[in-house]
Design a protein around this ligand. Sequence first.
Ligand code: 5GP
Length: 192
Amino acid sequence: MKLLQDKVIKEGIVLGNQVLKVDSFLNHQMDPVLMKEVGAEFARRFADAGVTKVLTIESSGIAPAIMTALELSVPMIFARKHKSLTLKDDIFVEKVYSFTKQETNEITVSKKFLSAEDRVLIVDDFLANGEAAFGLARVAEMAGASVAGIGIVIEKSFQPGARLLAEAGYRVDSLVRIASLDEGKVTFVEQA
Ligand code: 5GP
């Protein structure tokens, strides 16, 4: 997605050779016009997938996920990272190791909002090792739902997540794919 690549080049900040900071349009301040385009693009790519729910994880996945859900006219659910006061029996719980925070979070989704009839599109801001996406897929599958696909805004293709998810049989569709963050520079897969 050219618009998104341009934004990454213009505003992305490379930290070390592993992490891209995009807090001017996705991770802190959010660009609603760009998020609308992102939602439209995911909706176009997954138009034939029979999606009934979009599932993400708080907080940075929420903006692209809600825009995608709006375009597909389906509800969006975000997995919570913090426990609410809900009874344990009413929620699906999964452990997810956070790449950026280097800690394990228990993510939860209310059983009210996912069922065996659902086809779930997972949307997230970044894909690194695939922990978040696998955790969300496990939550969908706990409900008996099927995973229609995984839509990623920024895939870091030099990390194993995309390969591992594809090997596990999931359809992964990423709007931009980064081949390397070496020497403080973003190189996209298409350029590499
Ligand atoms: P994974 O679970 O695939 O290892 O990592 C994806 C999750 O970690 C995303 O939900 C995202 O919040 C965070 N993440 C991973 N890599 C980056 C990165 O380079 N930049 C930012 N801002 N977040 C990242």
